[in-house]
Design a protein around this ligand. Structure first.
Ligand code: EPZ
Length: 421
């Protein structure tokens, strides 16, 4: 296994280009299952999760190949297999995104229940409820959800759950509804930019979707979808992670190809902390005042503060001048980074879905364990400012969602290298 070895203290300076969004690319790749002809996707990040989905799509008769420019060419060659097996789905939960396209195009989907992961239970009851509302019959068979239907019929669907809207359930139901007969209305739909990017891709393929980005999405079914060319939006969570990297090292970073309008809640909160964030022609510039103010943050569905930036922001608030509070409303157990940050001298106390963060003067380098994608990123950020050396173990978690993060950080002055553990 590999680890990152980081020596803290360097202020990051220079510019970084933000890559394509993992959470937009994955459902859009899955949507190509429904298309006639070839789709060409630009700005698909080179991540472990993307490579994993390419393997699963291959098993489902969908060929995905990158050309020399990095563009991904996707076309359906065989529609026989409709089974997304446990050995693949258990490696990457987002594989559940093939459920809607399989049902929409092949009228059958057998997808392994993804099970839990480091950030908590990952139920798919909203996915199944939404697809049943379109006429699918579901049953559980040896850990797989099997959905079948002769015909999908549009209907009105409420997709809200106990933690608000669901991003991938909205994606799955929207994709299936594009090939249902008649009109579907999804109420309490997720408004994330990744859902908007998926809807825009589908419309370019000939779908009839309106209201994407609002809590009510209307889809009028069509007979077929034609592959198209599409550029994936920038990854707002990668951008947010580097916002924090600049702030925590008291650096001055220019982020190019970053969409400030996709990060307004996070930018607002970070400005209250004392982070200076200015819009530039190509994205944004980030620096910070020496003194960081404590704040209270609650994670919410978009456009609220993103749960995927909770861990990274906690690392920054460890050094604020006073007590901050973070409440996690989306994944209440998403706190595996708390114990590891405390090993670095942070003073964090978890009380249910809330963590009290008592600001400290400094963090001290230590060997720490990555656990999930964003918690691991938080440990890297803490290592960038901690006194001395930090070794972050099990960094395969990071490679799932960040493309060569150590090279990007090295290019702006960080003392970080990838080593064999
Ligand atoms: C997407 O996951 C993202 N992943 C996650 O990013 C992100 O944290 C999450 O949305 C929230 O923004 C992808 O897009 C591939 P949800 P998703 O369904 O769709 C509950 C990362 O780091 N729920 O919006 O799986 C669920 O338990 C990843 O890139 C149900 O109760 O999340 C959670 O509490 C991590 N029943 C809440 O809804 C369901 O059927 C929101 O989950 C589905 C979800």
């Amino acid at each position: 296994m590999q680890a990152f070895e980081i020596v803290g203290g360097n202020r990051l300076r220079g510019s970084l280009t933000i890559g394509g969004s993992k959470n937009a690319a994955l459902p859009i790749m899955a949507a190509c299952l429904m298309c006639e002809g070839e789709s060409v996707l630009h700005n698909v990040p080179d991540l472990a999760d993307v490579r994993q989905l390419m393997v699963l799509l291959g098993r489902l008769g969908v060929v995905c190949e990158r050309d020399d420019s990095g563009a991904m060419h996707i076309r359906v060659e065989d529609e026989m297999n409709t089974h997304a097996e446990y050995e693949l789905v258990s490696k990457m939960r987002a594989s559940v995104c093939v459920m809607g396209p399989l049902l929409g195009k092949r009228r059958c989907a057998q997808v392994s229940m993804p099970g839990g992961c480091a950030i908590g239970d990952r139920p798919i009851d909203l996915h199944v409820r939404g697809l049943e509302a379109l006429g699918a019959e579901s049953e559980l068979a040896y850990g797989d959800v099997v959905l079948k239907t002769k015909k999908l019929k549009g209907s009105e669907i409420f997709l809200g759950g106990p933690f608000g809207s669901s991003v991938t359930a909205t994606a799955n139901v929207m994709m299936a509804a594009t090939m249902a007969e008649g009109r579907t209305i999804i109420a309490s739909a997720a408004c994330e930019p990744e859902v908007v990017d998926l809807a825009n891709f589908l419309n370019a393929c000939g779908a009839q979707i309106k209201g994407q980005g609002t809590p009510q999405i209307t889809i009028d079914g069509v007979k077929s979808l034609q592959g198209t060319e599409h550029t994936i939006i920038p990854d707002r969570i990668e951008a947010g992670t580097f916002l924090v990297a600049s702030a925590i090292t008291n650096g001055d970073l220019k982020l190019e190809n970053a969409r400030l309008d996709h990060l307004l809640a996070a930018v607002e909160q970070l400005r209250q902390v004392g982070v200076i964030i200015e819009r530039t022609e190509k994205g944004m510039e980030v620096s910070s005042s020496r003194r960081l103010e404590p704040v209270k943050i609650t994670t919410q569905p978009f456009p609220g503060f993103p749960t995927d930036l909770q861990a990274q922001t906690m690392a920054l608030l460890c050094l604020a001048d006073g007590n901050s509070v973070i409440t996690e409303k989306i994944f209440p157990d998403r706190f595996l980074h708390v114990a590891e940050l405390n090993r670095m001298g942070a003073r964090l106390r978890k009380e249910g879905p809330t963590v009290i963060i008592e600001g400290v003067k400094r963090l001290i380098g230590a060997p720490v364990m990555a656990s999930d994608l964003r918690a691991s990123a938080a440990l890297v950020l803490a290592g960038l400012i901690a006194k001395g050396k930090t070794r972050v173990h099990r960094i395969y978690h990071i490679d799932r969602g960040y493309e060569r993060i150590e090279e990007k950080l090295q290019s702006v002055g960080a003392n970080i290298k990838r080593v064999n553990d």
